[in-house]
Design a protein around this ligand. Structure first.
Ligand code: ADP
Ligand code: ZN
Length: 745
């Protein structure tokens, strides 16, 4: 037997090894193996097992790790596709598909000592104390030694004596690290669906039945479930999964990391924790420890958990006979990984569905332009849930023109009079409010009003933000912290009256406290959330009414359901609108819609105030009217004319280095080389080179090329070849981002 192995270090090719007879029964595609390489031993993944006589000169593998391969052949094929499409080494793609927690050689279950009755016919004579301990063990059936010691207060010696007498057995057993083990879930029953939900469910199930593995140049059954927040999408997912399980199939549910709240997990666990089609639900997210992730992975691989719910990387979960993949909030940019492989989990999900013969359902209240376009031209099937459950009304949205507010010499420029009055009213009526501002810190600009000096990061081309709590200036890009200047540092100026301009969440919080001294105000942003539990605690306090006003960044924009919130204020809607990115309007529309969706989820109708300096921008006006379709029509026309996605695909090439001249010279050279090598691609357009919108980060200068093509698959392949042959000067680093989430960084 010969096995082809991709080593964990990126060498860009596979190596052949022989398989000694003792390992032959265990080896399969996807097995982790230990192999000799030069004078080292390395770990790798078996990618092919060939029944052939060994060639002379081949070395044998040293070991197969674990009893089962950890990656299914389909996921292996997915990783290969990913390497090609996203222009990265196969090794890098495999590393992402197989997390480090399960890849390591010593990755294993934790073993712990467990005590159980020995089960002999007759009990040996015991002292009263020993009897007491024995009865506890008997009652529990089996009990971890540590817990037994804690409960009884006895020592390990006492238990050992019980063992010596033949009363109990002490064994080492694999213990699963499950962060949800202690929680009990009240089982829920499927709700009776309304007509639209039922129709959506039937379509999806027809897709599950029809899906077959097939070539990647055709799409399998993919559904776009377009439904406003609260229209019952999740209930459709739950019932579709239940039916897939009945047919012996598994499911993966992707949700953005930020919506992977206890609320969401509970809904899935509760539905499948009992009943005829019971299964375990594995949860994968970035806050798991290595051990927890390892154990979740094995629950999936062993088939005990047929449902996986998780963030981006759960798209690689080794679920067998996968029937359905759900991507909730498919428009979320957190599905895009910002380091190699720079994959988009939604798009990878669609490809995996095709490889596995599974149906894929993408859900959103504000679908990405790409997905809606795909639905419009028939590549995906559009399913609509146009109404909220119980016909609960969407909130009433007002746009406040902040240009007018400014002229009247108000004491604060953060809140309009309208918004202030609305907050006051909520406080009087004992209802809750959410204020949203996507900028943390106190003041984003520290400026001298006399000479114009602005405090900037010495390593990045951005201004420093003043943080009140720490009394420090912070760079939000590199994390650098500096002392705030007491006087203007400009030697010709030395003005002592430095100004802290603009507003971040800290200033919003402080201003609210000053204006409404009786209100209970709580801020929620990444500065506040130092520990895992903080998030849950704050949301818990808000739910139980211990907080009147919640101020926060995008962390509070999504997926939360608080029936007593009747007011949402968006402090500054312009902030995301004027970013140098072609998706700025789309992002703003999505954000405004999502944040607005937090209002009026109970019986009282909600109210939303959007404060803006450009109140008539289409993204703001269509969001005000909850009019996704008109926004889509207008925005898609703009994309068509400028040849942006979805009409083209983009590859963003960024070259970075410490010496700017060198970077500029090399990227110009690269542009000429690519233009030459790819000149037969008639649909290719190369723009740039140009400095990145943020030129410098952590001391590195960055210049970019933007490649646009109608078909990315062909471009990726040719680009990878051309880049391999390009002599990259020392000290420079090139990244290729296919389908970048953002051109504004
Ligand atoms: P979405 O995922 O679109 O935001 P959900 O599935 O969370 O919507 O549904 C919103 C609320 O309506 C939830 O409390 C859910 O339990 C309830 N709900 C969903 N479908 C139905 C139904 N058919 N009948 C009654 N209540 C429903
Ligand atoms: Zn910096």
């Amino acid at each position: 037997m010969i096995v082809k192995v991709t080593l964990d270090i990126a060498l860009g090719k596979d190596f052949d090894y022989t398989v000694p007879p003792e390992w032959a029964p265990m080896i399969e595609v996807g097995s982790r193996v230990k192999v000799p390489f030069g004078n080292r031993t390395l770990l790798g993944t078996a990618t092919e097992v060939i029944d052939a006589p060994p060639r002379p000169g081949l070395k044998p593998i040293l070991k197969v790790l674990g009893s089962r391969s950890l990656i299914t052949p389909q996921v292996l094929a997915l990783a290969r596709w990913m390497a090609e499409y996203y222009c990265c080494p196969v090794e890098t793609a495999l590393k992402t598909a197989l997390p480090v927690s399960v890849r390591r050689e010593k990755a294993d279950f934790r073993r712990r000592l467990t005590v159980a009755p020995a089960g002999g016919a007759e009990l040996p004579p015991l002292t009263p104390r020993q009897k007491e301990i024995f009865h506890l063990i008997e009652e529990r059936g089996r009990i971890p030694l540590r817990e037994l010691l804690r409960l009884t207060g006895c020592t390990a010696d006492t238990v050992r004596r019980l063992e010596a007498k033949g009363a109990v057995r002490i064994t080492r057993e694999a213990e699963e690290r499950d962060p949800y083990a202690a929680e009990r879930f009240v089982p829920t029953k499927p709700l009776e669906l309304n007509a639209e939900q039922q129709a959506a469910l039937e379509s999806i199930m027809a897709g599950v039945a029809a899906a077959r593995p097939g070539p990647l140049n055709e799409t399998g059954p993919v559904f776009l479930l377009y439904g406003v927040t609260g229209s019952g999408k999740t209930e459709v997912y739950l019932q579709a999964i239940a039916r897939a399980l009945e047919q012996g199939k598994g499911a993966i549910v992707l949700v953005p990391e930020i919506s992977l709240t206890p609320q969401t997990i509970e809904r899935f666990k509760a539905r499948f924790s009992s009943g005829p089609i019971q299964t375990e639900v594995a949860v994968l997210h970035s806050h798991l420890s290595h051990g927890e992730r390892h154990d979740q992975w094995h629950r999936i691989r062993s088939g005990r958990a047929r449902i996986v719910i998780g963030a981006r990387s759960a798209v690689f979960a080794p679920v067998e006979s996968l029937g359905l993949i759900i991507v909730d909030e498919e428009h979320e940019r957190s599905y895009k990984q910002e380091e190699a492989p720079r994959y988009h989990a939604r798009d990878v999900a669609v490809v995996r569905g095709r490889l596995e013969g599974a149906a894929v359902a993408l859900g959103s209240a504000t679908p990405s332009l790409e997905s809606f376009y795909n639905a419009r031209r028939g590549k995906y099937t559009l399913l609509e849930l146009p109404r909220r459950i119980d016909d609960r009304k969407l909130p009433h949205v007002r746009v406040v023109d902040m240009r007018r507010e400014r002229g009247e010499g108000r004491p604060n420029r953060i809140f309009s009079q309208l918004l202030l009055r609305a907050i006051e009213k909520r406080l009087e009526q004992r209802e809750q409010a959410i204020l949203f501002l996507n900028r943390r810190g106190f003041a984003p600009i520290v400026q001298c009003p006399l000479c114009g000096y602005v405090a900037r990061c010495s390593e990045c081309s951005v201004a420093l933000t003043y943080h009140r709590a720490k009394e420090k200036l912070c760079c939000h890009l590199c994390g650098r912290v500096e002392e705030p200047p007491q006087v203007c540092p400009n030697p010709q100026c030395r003005n002592p009256a430095i100004r802290y301009a603009g507003a971040g969440t800290q200033r919003v919080e402080e201003t609210l406290r000053r204006l409404f001294p009786k209100a209970r105000v709580q801020r929620m942003d990444s500065d506040i959330l130092q520990r895992k539990e903080d998030y849950r605690r704050i949301l818990g306090d808000f739910r139980t009414g211990k907080i009147d006003i919640l101020v926060g960044t995008q962390m509070i924009a999504k997926g939360l359901h608080f029936p007593r919130v009747t007011l949402v204020g968006i402090v500054n809607a312009d902030m995301s609108l004027h970013r140098p990115d072609f998706r700025a309007a789309e992002r703003t529309f999505q954000l405004l819609t999502q944040v607005s969706g937090r209002a009026g989820r109970g019986d009282v109708e909600g109210e939303v105030y959007i404060q803006a300096f450009t109140p008539f921008h289409p993204a703001i006006q269509y969001a005000r009217r909850h009019d996704y379709l008109s926004f889509y029509e207008e925005e898609v026309e703009f994309r068509r004319q400028l040849r942006y996605p979805p009409f083209t695909r983009i590859a963003l090439l960024t070259l970075r280095g410490l010496n700017e001249d060198k970077v500029r010279f090399a990227i110009e050279h690269l542009r000429r080389r690519l233009a030459e090598k790819l000149k037969d691609l008639e649909d290719l357009e190369i723009a740039g080179p140009a400095p990145a919108p943020i030129l410098r980060i952590r001391g590195f200068y960055r210049h970019q090329l933007v490649l646009k093509a109608v078909r990315m698959t062909r471009l990726s392949r040719r680009l990878a070849q051309a880049l391999k042959a390009f002599p990259m000067p020392e000290g420079l680093e090139l990244t290729v981002d296919v389908d970048p989430a953002d051109l504004g960084g």
